[in-house]
Write a protein that binds this ligand. Structure first.
Ligand code: 5GP
Length: 215
């Protein structure tokens, strides 16, 4: 087990409905030393990429992205979520379906913060069905910038997002991939990432792209 998997086993809580709570160290209270280790690991995995900007989405991605950005020495842009938007021509907007709220969220980035010269690393806390991520990818592509890679803290490997994003050809690096969890026993099963390419595509269920907004 790597450092993040160990922490998930120690402090993560498996909830009904395939939800993993990591709010004591990752996305509510944040363990900054752990985030720093994660940032160093993202830097190692994307060392050969000419990344000059990190893009994330509010709210839980911001802390992780900011600590990681210190390892890359680049600025962070975070996409804003909004139900009602003011389209004034200066924004990139993508639609993301909310699983929990059963509605469409707009994900918004000001055009002045992304341009065709940018080489972007997208960072987020969770990857489930991949809707949030696809919204961010769409925004980067609308700006003419390049998605150099995607760094995720925890991928839920039994949902379809990872398979979809990898099949699109992106370098997706998830520090922990949960392949199964049991709310009754609290047991969490991690993917052996040395075999990611072998089992990564087979285990994911086909689901409609939805974004669970659990922030
Ligand atoms: P996706 O768009 O990939 O379906 O969902 C991604 C978003 O849903 C993440 O940014 C995260 O906020 C939330 N999410 C999905 N699954 C979980 C989970 O098991 N635990 C927590 N804490 N958040 C989740």
């Amino acid at each position: 087990m790597n450092f993040l998997e160990e922490r998930i086993v120690k402090d993560g809580v498996v909830k009904e409905g395939n939800v993993l709570k990591v709010d004591s160290f990752l996305n509510h209270q944040m363990d900054i030393k752990l985030l720093d280790q994660m940032g160093a690991e993202f830097k190692r995995r994307f060392a050969d990429k000419p990344i000059n900007k990190i893009l994330t989405i509010e709210a839980s991605g911001i802390g992780i992205a900011c600590v990681a950005a210190q390892h890359f020495n680049v600025p962070v842009v975070f996409a804003k979520k909004s139900q009602s938007i003011n389209l004034d021509g200066d924004m990139y907007v993508a639609e993301v379906e909310s699983f929990t709220h059963k509605c469409i969220n707009h994900v918004i980035v000001a055009q002045k913060f992304l341009n065709p010269e940018d080489h972007v690393l997208i960072i987020d806390d969770f990857l489930a069905n991949g809707c949030a991520l696809q919204g961010l990818i769409q925004i980067v592509q609308s700006s003419g910038a390049t998605v150099e890679g995607i760094g995720i803290a925890i991928e839920k490997g039994f949902q379809s997002g990872g398979r979809i994003i990898r099949n699109l050809g992106f370098q997706l690096e998830s520090l922990a991939i949960v392949d199964g969890m049991n709310a009754e026993t609290g047991e969490i099963q991690f993917r052996d990432q040395s075999k990611t390419e072998l089992n990564g595509t087979e285990k994911a269920e086909d689901e409609i792209c939805r974004s669970a907004t659990l922030d």
